[in-house]
Design a protein around this ligand. Structure first.
Ligand code: TMP
Length: 208
């Protein structure tokens, strides 16, 4: 079966992932690639509806376990309707957040059991695992300040500094445990410098 390339962008709030993923999409498209730029939670019509439920309301609207189940319901719809069809036709799928965000936000940041998250990964993701994951690393204080200046959905931003510091550590731990899949991107630099690091990781890892 022809299979495309699956790249996820991960990290805490305000790390610049969304700006960088758009730039990477533009650059790959300019080279003639078939690129699908998508995001989680969301990325399909049903998953975008679940996104509205997850991201709006009070910080404690959902428990970490309920959030995990909502994330995975959204993720399954996104995988079935968008990600797998795109990979099947050979496209490059760029996804702004994916399963590592659940490990970090609901697992390390909240207290959803690792065994639950692992079981969902096994049954819901199957073989649909990124070929490359870029983990944007930025001190939580800097990222939160940037995210607050930008505005928008604030449910997770309102969870406090200790929560966001646990997330940053969790993402770095994922990168340490899975070095064949993950590359850490130092996100504190200016947009051009970060874009250059993203390109170098993508081109060298995947030989694009
Ligand atoms: P965004 O701000 O990058 O669009 O992401 C939306 C929020 O959803 C962000 O605060 C992180 C959170 N999130 C989780 O808590 N778990 C997940 O699995 C995903 C994909 C996102």
């Amino acid at each position: 079966m022809t299979r495309g390339t699956f790249i996820s962008f991960e990290g805490g709030e305000g790390a610049g992932k969304s700006t960088q993923i758009r730039r990477l999409a533009d650059r790959l498209r300019a080279d003639g690639a078939d690129v699908v730029l998508t995001r989680e939670p969301g990325g399909s019509a049903g998953a975008e509806q679940i996104r509205d439920l997850i991201l709006n309301g009070d910080a404690d609207r959902w428990s970490p376990i309920t959030e995990t189940l909502l994330m995975y319901a959204a993720r399954r719809d996104h995988i079935e309707r968008v990600i797998r069809p795109a990979l099947g036709r050979g496209a490059i799928v760029l996804c702004d957040r994916f399963a590592d965000s659940t490990r970090a936000y609901q697992g390390a940041g909240g207290d959803a059991p690792v065994s639950l998250i692992k079981a969902l990964e096994e049954h819901v993701l199957g073989a649909t695992i990124p070929d490359l994951t870029l983990i944007f690393d930025l001190p939580a204080t800097v990222g939160l300040a940037r995210a607050q200046a930008r505005g928008g959905e604030a449910r997770f931003e309102s969870k406090g500094l200790a929560f966001h510091e646990r997330l940053g550590a969790a993402f770095l731990e994922i990168a340490r445990r899975e070095p064949q899949r993950c590359v850490v991107i130092e996100a504190a630099g200016d947009i051009e410098a970060v874009a250059a690091d993203v390109w170098s990781a993508v081109s060298s890892r995947l030989g694009l």
